[in-house]
Design a protein around this ligand. Structure first.
Ligand code: ZN
Ligand code: CA
Length: 401
């Protein structure tokens, strides 16, 4: 980035300082820890061979995975080692495939672009420019851009850290065989973990080992990930203490807990289950509280426009002040839940429930508190939209049977 844009490093460092200042004042902000964030995604499928033209179903299969990860709804939270359970965070971030394109037209949030390029290389942004065989970015302040393509050179993905203002290349690039959970995928990267990891970088999360070549935080030249509650780590997960320094670099897999290294040499060792590790998709199961505060600072400083984007949901959604008069209980629910209204709704209001993929699954014109049964639907996150007279409010419903 620095080579391609001489002002980039200054911008990045300035933004990091702004985010750190925001985090330091977090306790004074009275920000409810359960504030919900909704972020629209556009997926650019840039394909050359038929195999690279991944299906709509494959793209859509990624969304429930990242939503589970960022709402601590992943089924494998039970695998989070006991010492780390109390610091595991619910980020309260829900992603949707954008339903409104930059011109205001309906979209499924997926763009297919045929390319003559046989592949794209790690660290280069060619996939983001039509003149270089890629597909044009959508407004980075309204959409989280993900390019899925034949990423060559062995990486599963790469991302940019957020800056103020955002670069026009802000987003993630992910290998087509490591995106989603259906289709022809590379084992063990076939469970959607790569996007969960890459989006972490877009939210300013760093690798737990600090990308410092194996040093420990506090050593001369050693780097931390900036999160105090993630244990210090030398390199990636599988560099054992004895092998450390063998120049093999980051290695992979899923160790058995507890796993120690040169920087965390005693129990409970390193946090290899963290989404910001290089472990297998099946090994990932947590973000931490400090990672959450880092991500919140990113959402409120460089990404402040993105969290007010109105391109999620069927026709674009605007949060409106009557939100506070609406509550849902229980939530999460095993099927039956009640929507409570502080006041009766005006006549022209409707209540709809959508899947995060934009499919309407329920609609009612009831004016007062009402019970809804969703037990026939699959577990996951749904969006309850109450709309009328040019205003709309969206609430998240979590179905967990
Ligand atoms: Zn990474
Ligand atoms: Ca740390």
């Amino acid at each position: 980035m620095e080579k391609q844009d001489t002002s980039y490093k200054t911008k990045l460092l300035t933004t990091q300082k702004l985010m750190e200042a925001w985090r330091e004042n977090l306790s004074k902000r009275n920000l409810p820890s359960d504030t919900e964030y909704t972020i629209p995604i556009v997926v650019h499928v840039v394909w050359n061979t038929a195999a690279e033209k991944i299906s709509v179903a494959q793209v859509e299969s990624e969304i429930p995975v990242i939503n589970a990860a960022y709402n601590r709804q992943n089924a494998d939270t039970v695998n989070t080692p006991a010492p780390f359970k109390s610091i595991a965070a619910n980020m309260h971030i829900t992603f949707c495939l954008a339903s409104t394109d930059p011109n205001g037209n309906p979209t499924n949030g997926i763009v297919y672009k045929q390319t003559s390029a046989a592949g794209f290389y790690y660290g280069f942004n060619t996939v983001k420019y039509p003149s270089l065989g890629g597909d044009t970015v959508w407004d980075v302040n309204r959409y989280l851009n993900i390019w899925v393509c034949n990423l060559q050179g062995g990486a599963l993905g790469f991302s940019e850290f957020p800056t103020s203002p955002l670069n026009n290349t802000f987003g993630s690039v992910i290998l087509y065989q490591a995106f989603g959970t259906t289709g022809t995928l590379l084992v063990p990267y076939n469970l959607g973990g790569t996007a969960a990891h890459e989006i972490g970088h877009l939210l300013n999360l760093h690798h737990l080992w600090g990308d410092d070549g194996g040093l420990c935080p506090g050593q001369n030249g050693g780097q931390d990930d900036g999160a105090a509650d993630t244990p210090p780590e030398g390199n990636s997960n599988s560099d054992t203490y004895t092998n450390f320094g063998n120049s093999n670099g980051a290695t992979y897999g899923c160790p058995t807990f507890p796993y120690t290294d040169n920087c965390s040499s005693t129990y409970p060792g390193i946090m290899f289950n963290n989404y910001m590790e290089y472990t297998d998709d099946s090994c990932y199961n947590l973000f931490t509280n400090d990672q959450k505060s880092i991500a919140m600072a990113a959402l409120h400083v460089p990404l402040a426009k993105l969290i007010t984007s109105n391109t999620c949901g069927p026709t674009g959604i605007n949060e409106y002040s009557f939100t506070n008069g609406i509550s849902i209980s229980p939530n999460p629910s095993s099927g039956q839940f009640t929507i409570h209204f502080a006041q009766e709704l005006p006549d022209d209001y409707t209540i709809d429930i959508y899947s995060v993929l934009g499919e309407k699954i329920y609609s009612t014109t009831t004016r007062s508190s009402t019970e809804i049964n969703m037990s026939s639907y699959t577990n996951g996150i749904y969006l309850l939209r109450i709309s009328g007279n040019n205003v709309a409010s969206v609430k998240k419903i979590i179905l967990s049977k």
